[in-house]
Write a protein that binds this ligand. Structure first.
Ligand code: ATP
Ligand code: MG
Length: 380
């Protein structure tokens, strides 16, 4: 067991790392961040910030020598970095789990090997594979780069063979997957913590609303069928078990109009759709990550109140100003909403800058309040 006063290493400096550090600090841990950006959200509040590339040999050595355990908040940390660090310090999650989530083709094959259904797809690694991929799916479809996609980046909607060819060229012939467009009833996600002993603990299922491929709101409790939500939790647990995962993991699911449960993707880290837990659960996903990697027992993650989490993208900032600002007043005035800002130096359209959690007696009331706040900010 790694007890408070110990030092945790964090690979990556984004908002997930920042919120993890807050939780770790509350429990009395020190955190050292390895992240190349000197002004990253997590680096700014870390006990120590090693400003270097993730694969910098000296930085890796410094990190592993100074830490009792190392974790990550960013799925694109090169797997060999995790492997190398693991030779001298415990690293959770393990390299092979993270690696599976880094490539959509590997990920989908893995989902199948767990006996679960990925979204129907065809893999495209060369131009000549396009025709076969198109054969496998029906249009409309989405072309996605196999690696480095996030927040809807590296994706293109396609409706014909020619459009698939164009998208492949636009993505500079990187490896891609061609995914069938699913007629969605709803999107849900399961966030789960698992420890070395193989015990796992799920957070309440979140219902997720996306706008333009980016998460807009998470609603908890989700308004989905109970049996499907239970199946999603079982599926997430199976995925985590098969990966021998230690830490916090998120699985995004699609529920089709025909009530099929499809696995969209796996995130080997805490997740945007789990931010509601910061204010609406006894224990947040970030504290549970600390507990999982330090071998502490899990705390209760029960939902204390219906909640709606609303993301704030850079678009909400007044980008016409030299130093863009957010009109935070509508959130601060709402007695049942909690503001979380990530201290990013620059607001940009589409960039996740913060979120707010709105609590109420029902999700309907919470969503109404959240929407009113969001519109008030937008029309400032
Ligand atoms: P992130 O990592 O931020 O979740 P991403 O860039 O990896 O996002 P996806 O999760 O693949 O993107 O897609 C983002 C959103 O776009 C989905 O949550 C969903 O709303 C929509 N979407 C993606 N693929 C499909 C599909 N095959 N059918 C229907 N909707 C889709
Ligand atoms: Mg996604």
């Amino acid at each position: 067991m790694i007890l408070p006063d110990s030092t945790i290493g964090m690979l990556g400096g984004g908002q997930l790392g920042r919120m993890f550090i807050n939780a770790a600090h509350n429990l009395g841990y020190r955190v050292i961040v390895l992240e190349p950006d000197p002004y990253s959200p997590a680096g700014l509040i870390a006990d120590e910030h090693i400003v270097a590339d993730y694969d910098d040999v000296n930085a890796m050595q410094r990190l592993s020598e100074s830490c009792d355990v190392i974790t990550t908040e960013f799925e694109n940390i090169p797997a060999f970095v995790l492997e190398t660090l693991a030779t001298s310090c415990p690293v959770y999650p393990n390299a092979s789990a993270v690696e599976k989530a880094q490539d959509r083709t590997v990920e989908k094959a893995f989902i199948r090997s767990c006996g679960l259904l990925p979204v129907p797809y065809g893999a495209i690694t060369t131009y000549s594979e396009i025709a076969a991929a198109v054969e496998k799916i029906d249009f409309p479809a989405i072309m996605k780069t196999a690696r480095f996609g996030y927040d809807g980046k590296g994706q293109a909607r396609v409706n014909s063979l020619v459009e698939v060819q164009q998208a492949y060229n636009n993505f500079e012939r990187q490896h891609c997957v061609l995914e069938q467009m699913i007629d969605l009833k709803c999107e849900i996600s399961v966030i789960l913590a698992r420890n070395e002993a193989g015990e796992s603990h799920c957070f309440p299922v979140a219902e997720n609303i996306h706008i333009d491929g980016i998460l807009h709101q998470s609603i908890v409790p989700a308004r989905a069928d109970e049996d499907i939500m239970q199946a999603a939790q079982v599926a997430a647990k199976r995925i985590a078990d098969k990966m021998e995962y230690v830490g916090v993991l998120a699985v995004e699911f699609f529920i089709s109009q025909k009530d099929e449960l499809l696995v969209n993707e796996i995130a080997p880290r805490t997740h945007n759709s789990g931010h509601y837990s910061m204010d609406a659960c006894i224990t947040s996903q970030f504290e549970q990550q600390v507990r999982a990697i330090c071998g502490l027992s899990f705390a209760d993650s029960r939902l204390l109140s219906p909640v709606v989490m609303t993301n704030m993208l850079g678009d909400l900032w007044d980008l016409t100003l030299d130093k863009p600002v957010l009109n935070a007043k509508p959130i601060l005035k709402s007695r049942t909403s909690k503001l979380h800002l990530y201290a990013k130096r620059e607001a940009r359209a589409g960039r996740k800058m913060g979120h707010f959690n709105t609590l109420a007696e029902t999700t309907e009331i919470a969503q109404k309040e959240a929407d009113a706040i969001f519109n008030a900010i937008k029309t400032q």
